[in-house]
Write a protein that binds this ligand. Structure first.
Ligand SMILES: [Zn+2]
Length: 200
């Protein structure tokens, strides 16, 4: 091995040329490695200090919906409420609304098809079910919009405001149709973008 600066012969594994003091190619590789390791450690530390949020595989969510007769949607807000409100949002998810949404959905599951067992006429059953569905739909839309605003205002700390709005849950149609299914997908994205840390 020869020094690239002065041409003096140098032993392999020397970081600096003993004659002219310039850094050898081995020394440069070592330095680069050191910088890379430091950057990696800083990145890890930064992620560890981020707020945590649960990651749920995209393929798994429709199954959860199916096996819980869509009750997973209200449950999801109950499960995420604490982590979401810990992001210090301007408007937090109200526990009463999450509770009411769960109760309404549970009532719908219990009542549908069992109207007679509860001593109701088909008309009464239909009226009650429609009312419950109306309440559940209103709550689901409101909670979905609130959750999106929480995620967007949090993302705006990292991304510029208007970029956050275009990055986090930008579609109104998908948000109102799929609610937590769409929102969880956004949270998964935010974890991949290293805006949030995955909950263990
Ligand atoms: Zn040299």
């Amino acid at each position: 091995m020869k020094c690239a600066t002065c041409g003096a012969p140098i032993e392999a594994g020397m970081e600096k040329c003993p004659y002219c003091g310039s850094t050898t190619s081995y020394g440069e590789t070592l330095l680069e490695e050191k910088i890379r390791r430091k950057e990696n450690a800083e990145r890890q530390k930064r992620i560890e200090n981020l707020p945590r949020m649960k990651f749920v595989s995209g393929a798994f969510i429709p199954l959860l919906y199916f096996f819980t007769l869509c009750w997973y949607a209200p449950i999801w807000y109950g499960l995420r409420m604490r982590s979401l409100n810990a992001l210090n949002p301007p408007h937090a998810l109200p526990a009463w609304a999450v509770g009411l949404y769960n109760l309404t959905w549970l009532a719908i599951i219990i009542l549908s098809g069992w109207e007679e067992q509860f001593g109701l006429t088909p008309e009464q059953g239909k009226f009650i079910l429609n009312s419950l569905l109306g309440v559940a739909t209103a709550l689901s839309m409101w909670l979905a919009l609130l959750t999106r605003s929480i995620l967007q205002s949090y993302a705006a700390k990292f991304l510029e405001g208007n970029i956050a709005v275009h990055t986090v849950a930008p579609s109104n149609v998908l948000l109102l149709l799929f609610g937590p299914m769409y929102l969880q997908y956004q949270i998964n994205n935010m974890i991949s973008m290293e805006l949030l840390a995955p909950q263990i």
